[in-house]
Design a protein around this ligand. Sequence first.
Ligand code: S3P
Ligand code: PEP
Length: 429
Amino acid sequence: METLKLKPLKAVKGEVTLPGSKSLSNRILLLAALAEGQTKVTNLLDSDDVRHMLNGLKALGVNYQLSDDRTVCVVDGLGGLFQVTEPLTLFLGNAGTAVRPLVAALCASQGEFTITGEPRMYERPIGDLIDSMRQLGAEVEYLQDDKMPPLKIHGRQLAGGQVSIKGNISSQYLTALLMVAPLLSGDLTINVIGELVSKPYIDITLDVMEKFGVQVKNNDYQSFEISGGQKYQSPAEAMVEGDASSASYFLAAAAIGGGPVRVHGIGKASVQGDVAFADVLVQMGAQVEFSDYWVEVTGSGTLTGIDVDLNHIPDAAMTIATAALFADGPTAIRNVYNWRVKETDRLAAMATELRKVGAIVDEGEDYIHITPPAEVQSAAIDTYDDHRMAMCFSLASFGAGEITINDPGCTSKTFPTYFEVLDSIRVDD
Ligand SMILES: O=C(O)C1=C[C@@H](OP(=O)(O)O)[C@@H](O)[C@H](O)C1
Ligand SMILES: C=C(OP(=O)(O)O)C(=O)O
């Protein structure tokens, strides 16, 4: 296994241009494929998750042209759902933003589809989405374990009506249902049962749908109404914002190591909920400045431990857990149960690795409580094939100990060049 011994971080300063957002890249690609007309997608993320979406779309008969650096993609829209005559197997890695929306779209398409992925994808539940698709008449088989991929989908036209969906495990199920809804033959009302986690991701979905000409009636996130029999219309050009979750590592580095660090590609009008990560840094004592196009953080010299509910920003929340190593007191991150069903069981992984560097950690069913060590200890950090474990533990190298990241290449899921970009803001004295 490859390992990366990190040079100690003392201070950081400078500017970073963020890679495109994973969440936006995969939503825009899918809607561009389904839309009427050609869409030029710019600032596309080039990472594993986006490659899985692109490969899936190609296998489904979508034509597109990528620039050499894969950040511009011109997609020829199909003007409707997929129509495939031969049985097709799609390998979608561990990309939640590819698997969930494609599964919903394929349930309503013509063809027979087998959805496969990496072993971890087979441990990430999809039952709530399949239950909803079945309410609409979809035919889906679980090929291995109940309620998990791999799946076989016998696509067929779906008529709409009323459907309920659980929102307490992943917002991606609701996102998937929303995106296919206008292409059903009749109108659809979606009723959300119980709590809706990761709510700001629904705003991203609604925003992208609107860019492709579809309006959704949002009744306070409790129910949604969408007219059927519509077509997505290409906006001709769609620019992907910078990735707000990827921004969190550089902004936290500034909060710990002084800064200022300015990230370009997100700003105060950003559609991504993870921009709210900057507000959490403010609660910890950092200074933040926003423009329309960038966010800048300056550290105050002290970080304050906080007690926060981070359900709305589950991905960037991991960065708070490692920033907490440098706070003046304990930090509690609450209401993040679904960390357990992401790339790894992130609550367990985070607790284990934070303990390795000397923190005292209390891990509950849906929270983590971190008491920072007097001095961060040397450790080799296991990353569990989780890009965010690798990226957020790079912050531990602000401490006295020597930090090694095992399998640093796992950042390729969303940010293949992460460690190079981090090096670009390092200030060595
Ligand atoms: O819709 C999206 O783009 C995402 C939603 C979130 O997942 P959950 O809704 O499962 O929390 C997030 O963790 C994931 O990285 C991306
Ligand atoms: C949870 C994540 O990914 P996915 O889109 O596969 O759910 C993530 O990127 O942190």
